[in-house]
Design a protein around this ligand. Structure first.
Ligand code: FEO
Length: 398
């Protein structure tokens, strides 16, 4: 990514990671970017850095605009290493005594990552840093999504540097969301579902607090993906909708299968749900990435989970998925379980236990079929799907 002037004296100086396909377990088929920003005024500020492996490219980008040694202040909006990983190289080049602004929790967390006694300046919400004609305001955004997270707002230009908030794992030649033909809201939705979903109540509160502060937001510059320049309120509205997790008439049937019996059950259950007028999507865990499944689940009313019993346990991919989903805490769902088994058949009960632990009340003890389902069994699956479909209709309104 070449440096780009976003507003007068405000530059995007981050890098593009075209080749990343797995971001700590989140599939990134379109790559991503690590965005960082340089503000040149009477004083010069750098907001965020990039992943460690891109440090040289990052410093080259800055050097195309100014000598990095002239930077007066460094601001770390977030300690996670995709944004802080180049700090050692940057501090070395800029000067190790350069003031490093971060939240109070950033002051705790940065030394635990880099073991350096840098010149930390912890800030609180509302504190300002004057660069001359332009002024930055800091907003703590604790647990959105790390304890140290914060936003920085450039008052005179109305630019919100939003760290991970409003980001997308998308790499492309464009700078602004209005320049792409990609469905950028789909990328933003996947990002929200996999990174931010469990913090939805906090995000809603934060958006309300930002509204109360009366900030004029012309542009939102997240640390991943493209910048929101035209109608930035659209992504804020989308966030509010995603925070509410208002369920649609939709069911996701997540399953794995050993000899296609649980798969046959999944497809018949999906057919039964669809026959009640509900959008039903079967998703095989070895063909669909868990991060795509969670994105589908975010606005679904029902999660129907299927697993064969393997050595008295859940099939391993089902365990993996349930662990992942438990951490993200989807709200207001109907849960159901099914599976084929050979002789012991514990998996269905284990799924229901996991759903219960997520505050998703299972509709019943679940549906089990021994070995290969025959026509009667498939009819039972279809009826089970219809029952789930009716429950979705009852709970979401016809
Ligand atoms: Fe993009 Fe939480 O780091």
């Amino acid at each position: 990514m070449k440096p780009f002037e976003i507003a007068d004296g405000v530059y995007s100086v981050g890098v593009t990671d075209w080749n990343i396909r797995d971001f700590h377990g989140y599939s990134t088929p379109s790559g991503t970017s690590y965005n960082a920003f340089l503000i040149i005024d009477d004083k010069i500020a750098l907001i965020d850095t990039v992943k460690h492996q891109f440090a040289n490219q990052f410093l080259d980008n800055i050097s195309k605009i100014i000598d990095p040694g002239k930077i007066d202040y460094i601001i770390s909006n977030h300690t996670e290493m995709d944004h802080s990983g180049s700090l050692p190289e940057v501090m070395h080049r800029v000067g190790s005594n350069t003031p490093l602004y971060c939240s109070k929790m950033g002051h705790k967390n940065l030394p635990l990552h880099f073991r350096q006694n840098w010149n930390y300046h912890p800030v609180k919400t509302g504190e300002e840093l004057s660069l001359g004609k332009k002024n930055l305001v800091f907003l703590e955004t604790k647990m959105i999504h790390w304890p140290d997270s914060m936003f920085s707002y450039l008052k005179e230009d109305g630019i919100l540097f939003s760290s991970d908030g409003f980001g997308q794992h998308y790499a492309g030649p464009e700078t602004f969301t209005d320049e792409t033909s990609e469905d950028i809201f789909a990328h933003a939705k996947k990002y929200f579902a996999n990174i931010l979903l469990l913090f939805a109540p906090r995000i809603k509160k934060l958006i309300s607090q930002v509204g109360d502060l009366g900030l004029t937001i012309n542009t939102i510059c997240p640390d991943h993906g493209l910048f929101w320049r035209k109608n930035p309120e659209k992504i804020i509205e989308a966030y509010l909708k995603w925070c509410d997790q208002v369920p649609e008439k939709k069911a996701v049937i997540v399953y794995d299968t050993m000899w296609k019996s649980t798969e046959a059950m999944a497809e018949k259950i999906a057919e039964g749900i669809a026959d009640e007028g509900i959008y039903a999507k079967p998703m095989h865990l070895r063909n669909c990435h868990r991060s795509d499944i969670i994105t589908e689940i975010m606005d679904a009313k029902a999660i129907v989970v299927g697993s064969p019993t393997m050595n008295n346990n859940l099939f391993p991919t089902v365990s993996d998925f349930l662990t992942y989903m438990k951490g993200l805490k989807p709200q207001d769902k109907i849960g159901a379980a099914f599976g084929s088994y050979g002789w012991s058949g514990e998996a269905v009960k284990q799924i229901n236990n996991e759903l219960t632990a997520m505050n998703i009340e299972p509709v019943d003890p679940g549906l089990r079929i021994q070995y290969v389902p025959e026509q009667n069994g498939l009819d039972t699956c279809h009826a089970y799907g219809k029952k789930i479909g009716q429950m979705i209709n009852d709970s979401t309104g016809c």
